[in-house]
Design a protein around this ligand. Structure first.
Ligand SMILES: CC(C)(C)CCc1c(C(=O)O)[nH]c(=O)[nH]c1=O
Length: 310
């Protein structure tokens, strides 16, 4: 009923974790592997292990979450060894998330993956910072085009890109025009909405320590933005670039809406952080109930079929 084909691999569910949540250690990754998620992805890895920002750097609110983790991770080799090990044990589809802190380092990192024995999917997180004073790479269109052009001169393995949310139709148009130039496996929309601010009114204080309390928003706050980005890219990207929908998934209805907008897979971040890996069982069941009520027996029957008002 929920089966999904991705890169020729049949998954039992379209659900997976969003990179960054419940995927830092092998122990967490194994929990995802043994859950009702259809697939899973690693915490975004940099070449070398990173401590990340001072705590508190993540905070759950009633309507979602705010974080400024600062890319803490165990380093590329930790995750690369893990996914290659599982690949040798027969796992067919895996996702490795990566980014680096500069243009050159991004090239070096992806070159290393290209030379490795890893055959799975690489998710290139384009929310990586740029030179100070300039916006993140994915908000610098010329730089994004330059970087992806160089990457695809040597990278021949499956590559997806993780994008921040866009808020202007002209930006959807410009970014889609760039992405359509490349043989991307998928586009993952959206990353957290950047630089939000949550306040503890009792203390009259911000809730996370880094960046004066500014951090990326997830959860209910971001679903309308996430759905719009999924829909906008589905409408603009050529059909062989798949879409992973991320953002604002609280229940089965939200999963249904992401798929209706065109998502092939749907990722869960904040709600996974709040609920643990049982969330996948709950979301799969809730999605099945909605599909039964509507008379759908497969995701293909409604994927991308969002109607406008004529
Ligand atoms: C924002 C970066 C630190 C450059 C990338 C890692 C990341 C983080 C993070 O590690 O702070 N948090 C997010 O919500 N999305 C991200 O992509």
């Amino acid at each position: 009923m929920l089966k999904t084909n991705f890169l020729g691999v049949e998954l039992a569910s379209p659900l997976m974790n969003a990179s960054g949540v419940h995927c830092m250690s092998i122990e967490e990754l194994e929990e995802l592997a043994n859950s009702q998620a259809g697939a899973f992805i690693t915490k975004t890895a940099t070449q070398l292990e990173r401590e990340g920002n001072s705590k508190p750097r993540y905070y759950d609110t009633k309507l979602g979450s705010i974080n400024s983790m600062g890319l803490p991770n165990k380093g590329l080799d930790y995750y690369l060894n893990y996914v290659i090990e599982r690949q040798q044990q027969g796992t067919q589809l895996q996702f490795l998330s990566v980014t680096e802190m500069s243009y050159e380092e991004n090239i070096n990192l992806l070159s290393k993956i290209q030379r490795s024995g890893y055959q799975g999917v690489t998710e290139f997180n384009l929310s990586c910072p740029n030179v100070p004073g300039k916006p993140q790479i994915a908000y610098d269109f010329e730089l994004t085009k330059k970087l992806l052009s160089e990457v695809f001169t040597f990278f021949t393995k499956p590559l997806g890109v993780k994008l921040p949310p866009y808020f202007d139709i002209a930006h959807f148009d410009e970014m889609a025009t760039i992405l359509n130039k490349f043989p991307l496996t998928y586009v993952n929309s959206v990353n957290s909405i950047g630089n939000g601010l949550c306040i503890n009114i009792d203390k009259e204080q911000v809730v996370i320590k880094p960046k004066g309390g500014f951090g990326g928003l997830g959860g209910e706050y971001i679903k309308p933005t996430a759905l719009a980005n999924v829909r906008a890219f589905r409408e603009r990207l050529n059909p062989n670039i798949k879409i992973i929908g991320t953002g604002g998934v609280i229940n089965g209805k939200d999963v249904f809406e992401h798929i209706l907008c065109g998502a092939d897979l749907v990722q869960v971040g904040t709600t996974l952080h709040k609920e643990g890996v049982d969330v996948f069982t709950r979301l799969n069941e809730e999605l099945k109930v909605i599909m039964k009520e509507k008379g759908y027996t497969s995701l293909e029957q409604f994927r991308g079929r969002l109607k406008i008002i004529e």
